[in-house]
Write a protein that binds this ligand. Sequence first.
Ligand code: CP
Length: 316
Amino acid sequence: MKNFTSVDDIQDLKGLVALAKAVKAAPYANQQLGKNKTLGLLFFNPSLRTRLSTQKAALNLGMHPIVMNLNTEGWTLEFEDGVVMDGAASEHIKEAAQVVSQYCDVIAIRSFPTLTDKEKDEEEYVISAFKKYASVPVISLEGSTEHPLQAVADALTIEEFKTKERPKVVLTWAPHPKALPHAVPNSFVKVMKKADVDFIITHPEGYELNPEFTAGVTITHNQDEAFKDADFIYAKNWSSYIDYGKITSKDPSWTVTPEKMALTDNGKFMHCLPVRRNMIVADAVLDSDSSIVIPQSNNRTWSAQAILTKILENAE
Ligand code: CP
């Protein structure tokens, strides 16, 4: 594996999940692989899980992680070519990416979408620019359109908790006070399309995701119908894709409640976290035995370690 910036970079999901299981069972078995190698983690946005779990994964492999909050601690970057840099930006991505490549063997970047400029967001302009100008592998820690490390952790979690060969998995929209990106649902959709599951998406009208991601997936606006006999409920808010970046509904009837979970077949509740209690999901669900959000977040380490293993093996 050269870069990991999309679920599309996964050639063999089954094999990758098996590798994640293996590194989880023996986290320190491959400490020579990352010896004397540096992972640079560049954050343009906040993080708890991604920031800590990816550093832990690197340490488990013998790597040295170095972290920078680029938006608050670095020079403002210019991404356009050929511009007169007489504005706020002090450094061009061309130099910045090459400079960081001299210090790091792998670069990992978090850069959320603008949610105002659809074209720029869909180009993944920050991560794409790092891929273009860096001379080392690039990992997405959540870009404008995808969160692939989260998706691998989600696939591993479903594999660990499934009680049927082919479980029913539901991705449900749920209300939120702020406009959120599409990266987590997009990558979850992509990874579920690669997995051996019966997959359904449910959301209110107007919350259709990018059809390029959802093509071929069953979509219903009837949440109760979708929840029937489900084995996994994956809740997530996202802003409108059609009315790009806007909130067009905060309908509380979409909150995941014990009554909704009762429609499932003893279904497990999943969310990538952070989660807004009693907006996305009722306390009574999140605090119940059906919630697997904590083991799901633990799997972020094993997802990152599996990806770093693949990238370091390729570089050997
Ligand atoms: N799920 C996730 O990416 O969490 P953080 O935003 O805290 O990293």
